[in-house]
Ligand binder design. Structure first.
Ligand SMILES: CC(=[NH2+])C(=O)[O-]
Length: 131
């Protein structure tokens, strides 16, 4: 299969016409994740730190279901509803990634649904002879 969908039961229920993750061409592409609780479409309650942690846990679950981890992430795009939240978001982000950090873009955006943060990533799948 040229595109393998990744949709673990633990990931939030997609709120639109997208798949949580797609494996293609040796990469895992993860859709923008908001701070929804696992298996739900309800947002976790809390500030940008709480929400960033939830978003990154959601991304971790999708990557693990695809066969890789946060250590394999090469590209991150993050949207903050309020640029003033940058420091709180960045503090939590640093707890999930280590040097060499993925390349990253962080912008302020209008995020539908009320999440304070939305993040999408691209990760490299570890090489395996059967893939
Ligand atoms: C939440 C999301 N990824 C979307 O595109 O609606």
């Amino acid at each position: 299969m040229r595109k393998r969908p990744v949709h673990p039961a633990s990931s939030p229920v997609p709120a639109g016409a997208y798949t949580p993750g797609l494996v293609a061409g040796g990469f895992v592409f993860v859709s923008g994740q908001t701070a929804e609780k696992p298996g739900s479409s309800d947002l976790v309650e809390g500030d940008v730190k709480v929400q960033t942690r939830q978003v990154l846990e959601n991304i971790r679950g999708i990557l693990e279901a695809a066969g890789c981890s946060l250590d394999d992430v090469v590209k991150v795009t993050a949207h903050l509803a309020d640029a003033e939240d940058f420091d709180g978001y960045n503090e939590i982000y640093r707890q999930f990634f280590s040097v060499p950090f993925p390349v990253r873009t962080t912008v302020q955006s209008v995020i539908p649904g009320g999440s304070l943060v939305e993040i999408d990533v691209i990760a490299l799948l570890p090489e395996r002879p059967d893939r």
